[in-house]
Ligand binder design. Sequence first.
Ligand SMILES: [Zn+2]
Ligand SMILES: [Zn+2]
Length: 352
Amino acid sequence: MQACIKTANGKVEMMDLPVPEPGEGEIVIKMSMATVCGTDMHFLDEFINEMVNGIYPGVLRPEGLPMGHEAVGTVHSVGPGVTRFQPGDRVISSCLVGCGKCHECMTVDFSVCSGGGRVMFGCQAEYYTAPFAELNTAKVPDGVSDEAAVLATDIISTGFGAIERAGAGFGDSVAIFAQGPLGLCATAGARARGCGLIIAVDAVPERLEMSKKLGANIVINAKEKDAVSEILNMTGGDGVDVAVEAVGTQPTFEACTRVLRRGGTVSSIGVYGLTPQVSMPTIVRSFLHRKIVTTLCPSGRDRMEHLLALLQNGSVDLTPLFTHRLKLADMPKAYDLFRAKTEGVLKIAVTP
Ligand SMILES: [Zn+2]
Ligand SMILES: [Zn+2]
């Protein structure tokens, strides 16, 4: 089978590898659509393979790091102990898989599993393995397209999670810093949760256009205007109830703390990569009773099933995020495009 492998920092290659065999509790899935994510770029450009293997033992193969954690497909083979799935079932797996048994899985979320859970790897291939399948994999209803389903594996869950974890709801004001695919999902999530004023900030005009389509009331081009003073002005100097950090940089994190009203919540979902620390100002009013929540991707079968129900029956459609379509053989090109952020790229649908 063809698989996209990271062979050196910044470099992926397509390789011909054997189709994986499912182990205990695992299923092997025949990929029908995969995509590239900002987190893939951190793994590709920032973390050397040995570092990734140190964090997630066993994921590194002799030929390199199998890339990709967002995909949809049909069950190809089922390992011992798996009774929930049959070959042919159309499924998605959370991009973060949990063991379902550890303290964190049982009390917090599968995404912070301490019992052997990890990021999915190897989804950008004709076949990929889903560990702890019964706990992290969900059947996709017929009415949900591959495009919609693949987004539920990570960015819809993470983006919507930013709004949920901040407790934002009816009528709340929300500012979202950065409108890449993840930030755009947070914008759509704020709209779906019934938030009032939704302000989206980015420096790319096409992304701000998409923000409006997905539910932002006001967009601010950070290249043209100072987003912090704009947001304070439009809220009468009070600030917003919730500020979402959706890219993972010090300036955007700090901006979130500055636009917050007293007692408000910073909701951080950006991946800070190799950034060792972020800091915040203490001499702004929003420091008072401020709450900070950080979220990875809320994960697990139940989470996937809830999101799929929303995509099937709710009025949530994130498929406009797909701006490009490429074949699996063109994965190296997909990474170059995603890294360059040219051609208005948001999400790339990759098919075998
Ligand atoms: Zn992702
Ligand atoms: Zn666990």
